[in-house]
Design a protein around this ligand. Structure first.
Ligand code: SAH
Length: 216
């Protein structure tokens, strides 16, 4: 099957699975996922599969990317923070839907590769930083939306602090890797509202010091 045909098939599959936001589907259609995975997996880029991106990390299944993007309720004028740049794929998708995207990756080689890809794809409204994302990005706060693409037990408190009024934060959370769900938190006048949306399995959010290449 041609790349175009398999992409269309994927978009139809996402629609059937409940991804109804046409802005999300359009963004996924525009971003070449094959450029974000290891070359040996390029021919599977439009299968609904999580795939390796190197350094022991994975790019999420397209359905999960689409689901989290839809759950985030992003609008054109918004400033968005992503924690866990990984390949840069989720960042590229979001960049088509918001004003500015700030994304943090703790592992420098991944951050550098994703920055190159994002430049190549002309996603000029994305800024990548190498840092511990659990601390957020104080200089750019508050954010209208925050998405965390690695799993933790709870939302890092600094991220909640850096979420603006009426802000939405989406993150996989749970007590252990077999018990995680995508959670959505909303900052309202009445406090933080929490919803559990979808059971998932994600790589862990690792707080603290940045790793050396030899750790991988
Ligand atoms: N959104 C990515 C997939 C993320 S995989 C994509 O579209 O490809 C999770 C990523 O989170 C990994 O790259 C991992 O290195 C990163 N990560 C884990 N803990 C982190 C932290 N504390 N700060 C920043 N990045 C972190």
């Amino acid at each position: 099957m041609s790349k175009h045909a398999s992409k269309i098939r994927l978009i139809m599959e996402l629609r059937r699975s409940g991804i109804t936001d046409t802005r999300v589907l359009a963004a996924i259609e525009r971003i070449p996922r094959e450029e974000f995975v290891l070359p040996t997996f390029a021919d599977q880029a439009y299968e609904n599969l999580a795939l390796p991106i190197g350094h022991g990390q994975t790019i999420s299944q397209p359905y999960v990317v689409a689901f989290m993007t839809q759950a985030l309720q992003v609008e054109e004028k918004m400033k968005v923070l992503e924690v866990g740049t990984g390949s840069g794929y989720q960042a590229a998708v979001l960049s088509k839907m918001c004003r500015r995207l700030y994304t943090i990756e703790r592992y420098r080689p991944l951050a550098e590769d994703s920055e190159k890809r994002l430049q190549h794809l002309r996603c000029h409204n994305v800024v990548v930083r190498v840092a511990d994302g659990t601390k957020g990005w104080r200089e750019q706060a508050p954010f209208d939306r925050i998405i965390v693409t690695a799993a933790g037990r709870e939302v890092p408190p600094l991220l909640l602090e850096q979420l603006g009024d009426n802000g939405v934060l989406v993150m996989p959370m749970g007590p252990d890797p077999l018990n995680q769900s995508i959670m959505r938190l909303k900052k309202t006048e009445r406090g933080i509202e929490r919803e559990s949306l979808l059971p998932v399995r994600f790589v862990p959010l690792v707080p603290g010091a940045l790793p050396e290449a030899s750790d991988f």
